[in-house]
Write a protein that binds this ligand. Structure first.
Ligand SMILES: NC(=O)c1ccc[n+]([C@@H]2O[C@H](COP(=O)([O-])OP(=O)(O)OC[C@H]3O[C@@H](n4cnc5c(N)ncnc54)[C@H](O)[C@@H]3O)[C@@H](O)[C@H]2O)c1
Length: 377
């Protein structure tokens, strides 16, 4: 329920996949929600419509996170900020280097400078499991390996599992926040930059700051190209069009797929938990799933079990093998427990993809984006 005394929260990048679900979660819990988003064409298409599924009660300002005037304007009367605005994806960051560093790193710098003039009660930042590179591994004898990289030679031989420096096969463990970071892309570097800047400025100026390292978030309204779990959307889409799913390597890579509803709840807990200030938390499901398992679940859900996946047995430079979240810190400090099992989440995802395929056109309400890029809609 809204009251005049309800806090006003600003979500940067709030018109995107996670932001739109988060807006609903926060509105349902009585907050006023304001969004700053440039409705980037890569995410929202060339027409840059306000997404039709975005809750009408959310106040949207169209503007760029790198534009100090837009940021200052949207911060007026804001009590807390959730910073999601970013260009997302590891592979394109390796050739669109300036764009990633500009939006993610400089954009965060602009936000932090603006916050010096607008005291807030909490800043929550969306970081990523990408900062870890590979997850944590151990050998049979219990030695742990926090900074593993697969060699190109391994990929050429189709030898997919990571190995210790002695050539021994090693095994994935849940990855805690204490694992050494090891960014493997410009995107991952920019996410770690965001973390470090927000921690430092938060401490220096007394802005209570919380970092959430999100794992592979999936759910309705995730665009196919989203590099984290867009593959689940793509798998469902291919199956529903009677095409087999394509799996890279041997399909036994493990990921931590987490429902966007659990992630939205985690952001709210990070805003509301007194102990969250100054903390960094993994947000995942805590459960390992292989790509093969996810593809099989979707084939069952879509009744396409007869379509065996195409296993390419080819790798892609920069892909990691396994990374699963240790979520015990988020459980202890935030009271976070994932509530959506993968099976239920995929059922809803497949139903949404089916509707999208049938409709072939996104529901959106048109708005005008002026040259000044500072329009409230
Ligand atoms: N989706 C995941 O699985 C995942 C995992 C880890 C971290 N994250 C992080 O979560 C955040 C949200 O990710 P998402 O999946 O919702 O991505 P998304 O691409 O759907 O949303 C990002 C939003 O930011 C906006 N944006 C882009 N550039 C902007 C700019 N210059 N100024 C203002 N707005 C801008 C886009 O228009 C978009 O609405 C990102 O910071 C991302 O790094 C996502």
């Amino acid at each position: 329920m809204h009251t005049d005394t309800s806090p006003t929260l600003l979500i940067t990048g709030g018109a995107g996949f996670i932001g739109s679900h988060l807006a609903t979660e926060l509105l349902q819990h009585g907050y006023h929600v304001r969004i700053l988003d440039n409705l980037s064409p890569q995410v929202h298409g060339p027409e840059r419509h306000r997404p039709g599924h975005l809750d009408r009660r959310a106040e949207v300002f169209v503007g760029d996170i790198r534009d100090p005037h837009s940021v200052q304007e949207t911060l007026d009367g804001v009590d807390a900020v959730i910073h999601l605005a970013a260009v997302v994806g590891e592979r394109p960051s390796m050739y669109r280097i300036e764009k990633y560093m500009s939006v993610n790193t400089t954009g965060t710098a602009v936000l932090l400078e603006a916050l010096l003039d607008h005291p807030i009660e909490r800043l929550v930042v969306a970081s990523s499991s990408a900062v870890y590179g590979e997850g944590l591994y151990c050998s049979y004898n219990g030695t742990t390996y926090p900074k593993i990289r697969r060699s190109l030679h391994q990929a050429v031989r189709g030898d997919w599992e990571p190995r210790s420096p002695d050539g021994e096969v090693i095994y994935p463990l849940p990855t805690p926040e204490t694992k050494e970071v090891s960014p493997l892309s410009v995107y991952a570097i920019s996410k770690y930059d965001q973390e470090e800047m927000c921690r430092m400025i938060g401490e220096a100026y007394g802005i209570p700051t919380t970092i959430l390292r999100l794992f592979n978030v999936y759910g309705p309204h995730q665009r196919y190209a989203n590099p984290y779990s867009g593959m689940l959307t793509e798998y469902a889409s291919r199956l529903l069009q009677d095409l087999p799913v394509r799996l890279f390597e041997d399909g036994y890579q493990q990921r931590d797929f987490v429902s966007v509803y659990d992630v939205a709840r985690a952001f709210r807990l990070a805003l509301e938990s007194p102990g969250a200030a100054g903390g960094t938390f993994n947000i995942g499901s805590g459960r390992p799933y292989t790509f093969r398992t996810a593809a099989t679940l979707l084939a069952t859900i879509t009744r396409r079990q007869h379509l065996a996946p195409e296993v390419t047995e080819t790798g892609r430079v920069g892909d990691i093998r396994h990374c699963i979240a240790d979520i015990s810190r988020a459980w202890e400090v935030l009271g976070y427990t994932p509530q959506v099992p993968l099976e239920a989440g995929l059922l809803e995802l497949a139903a949404w993809v089916e509707t999208e395929i049938a409709r072939r056109q996104p529901v959106a309400s048109p708005i005008n984006v002026p040259a000044s890029s500072r329009l409230r809609v």
